[in-house]
Design a protein around this ligand. Structure first.
Ligand SMILES: [Zn+2]
Length: 219
């Protein structure tokens, strides 16, 4: 289990701090395995009281099937300007992005959308979409399909910097202060809201955990 522990520690460090070291670009051959997608920011969620769970909610106007968590670190207004990363991992690079490779598209939400953020879509035969709302998309994110990744003997971790959490939102966006609203559709491939670790109350209207808020298993 040594590698499992190591990759979990590395992945969690990146999740929390966006640590940047040891990433390079290379190619690896596909091996059988499982790819996963995780939350990008925070280990605290706000109590939204929906979807049979204290934090999950379904409130995206044009995407009613997107199960969401409001993620933060209990820092109040200092939860603004926090880096948000897309993260995924698997037993090979191709397990991350689907059969044949090249299967993740990053896009800034259009200007007509109520809220600001990034959409991540699985392509190349894999269904699935994820939203990272209340962040300013980083330069170069829109239209990109590239990621950084790091390889270990039994794990590959892919990541992409998506942007910073916002200090203010558009007038028509439902927003109660700086946080990341991260959501995913509930298709079979990306059934995120039934894959979460134990959480516990950790303050007024907040729930905490010590690992990923949710993960997605890809086929
Ligand atoms: Zn939300």
């Amino acid at each position: 289990m040594r590698w499992g522990i190591m990759y979990a520690v590395v992945a969690l460090a990146g999740l929390l701090f966006g640590a940047s070291s040891g990433y390079w670009t290379a190619d690896v051959s596909r091996a059988a395995g499982t790819a996963r997608i995780a939350t990008g920011f925070g280990t605290v969620c706000s109590d939204r009281g929906g979807a049979g769970h204290p934090c999950w909610h379904f409130n995206e106007e044009n995407y009613p099937n997107m199960a969401a968590l409001d993620l933060h670190r209990n820092l109040g207004w200092q939860d603004a300007n926090q880096p948000v990363w897309w993260r995924q991992w698997g037993t090979s690079w191709y397990d991350l992005i689907g059969p044949g490779g090249g299967g993740v598209l990053f896009e800034a939400l259009p200007t007509w959308a109520n809220c600001t953020g990034v959409r991540v879509t699985l392509t190349n035969g894999l269904a699935g979409m994820f939203h990272y709302l209340h962040i300013d998309p980083a330069a170069g994110v829109h239209g990109s399909t590239s990621q950084e990744y790091v390889t270990y003997p039994s794990q590959v971790i892919g990541r992409k910097y998506l942007g910073l959490t916002k200090a203010a939102e558009k007038p028509n966006c439902a927003w109660l202060g700086p946080h990341l609203h991260q959501s995913g559709d509930v298709a079979w491939y990306t059934d995120i809201y039934r894959n979460y670790p134990p959480i516990q109350a950790c303050g007024s209207g907040s729930y905490c955990w010590s690992t990923y808020a949710f993960y997605v298993l890809l086929p």
